[in-house]
Write a protein that binds this ligand. Structure first.
Ligand code: CTP
Length: 204
């Protein structure tokens, strides 16, 4: 079995020395990649910039921007049985990144942001019979309801929803795993390594 995992944040350039990003640590995605490899799967990890060591027996493809992550995932997905999309991909990028370092001026600076492509939704469209997709959703409020809507809209097989209120970068996590078949499983609070084990117990 070949499993494609994404992890970490993306970086969207403002100019050669500045970027927009988010607080994703990559820990959940790395824990999932490590667990998949431990179970004997061939694992490709497409990773945004994180401060984590490469898991053993995993092929790591390092990317920076959402566009680079899209290209790497699109390249690897056709030969994979399962895509686990744990990365916190930027929804917006700077419309016109400056070629040279921006100089300050007395007034405010206005940046125009444009939408990035939704990698998960696009792989949901490209999915062939036999391929499976697990997505993630960071939600507040009606966690399960919003996650289930996303599961169907993006043509996923499962979605792992966590409360944004629980924060980024923590070692422990708490998720609800929803399946397209309608099942719901609460996992945690538990260390991310255990969450990863229980996610694979449930889906494999
Ligand atoms: N995702 C993606 N490509 C994007 C943005 C998100 O593949 N450009 C994936 C993430 O990896 C994650 C899921 O989509 O698996 C999150 O879904 P998204 O619709 O972005 O939801 P949130 O960002 O959690 O919330 P919101 O809908 O409020 O933006």
């Amino acid at each position: 079995m070949k499993i494609l995992v994404t992890a970490g944040p993306t970086r969207e350039k403002i100019d050669p020395v500045r970027y927009i990003t988010n607080f994703s640590s990559g820990k959940m995605g790395y824990a999932l990649a490590r667990e998949a490899a431990r179970r004997g799967a061939g694992v490709v990890l497409v990773s945004g910039p994180v401060a984590l060591p490469a898991p053993e027996n995993v092929r790591v493809v390092n990317v920076e921007s959402a566009a680079e992550m899209f290209d790497a995932v699109a390249r690897e997905f056709p030969s994979c049985d399962l895509l686990v999309m744990a990365a916190a991909v930027a929804d917006y990028r700077v419309a016109h990144p400056a070629a040279e370092k921006l100089k300050k001026s007395p007034g405010d600076l206005v940046l125009t942001l444009e939408r990035t492509a939704d990698i998960l939704a696009e792989m949901g469209r490209r999915k062939t019979p036999g391929q499976k997709i697990l997505g993630f959703a960071a939600e507040s409020g009606d966690l399960a309801g919003r996650a289930r809507e996303k599961l169907h809209r993006k043509n996923l097989d499962w979605i792992a929803a966590n409360l944004v209120a629980d924060g980024f970068g923590t070692d422990d996590d708490r998720i609800i795993l929803l399946s397209a078949a309608g099942t719901e499983l609460e996992i945690g609070p538990a260390p991310k390594a255990e969450i990863a084990r229980r996610i694979f117990d449930a889906i494999l």
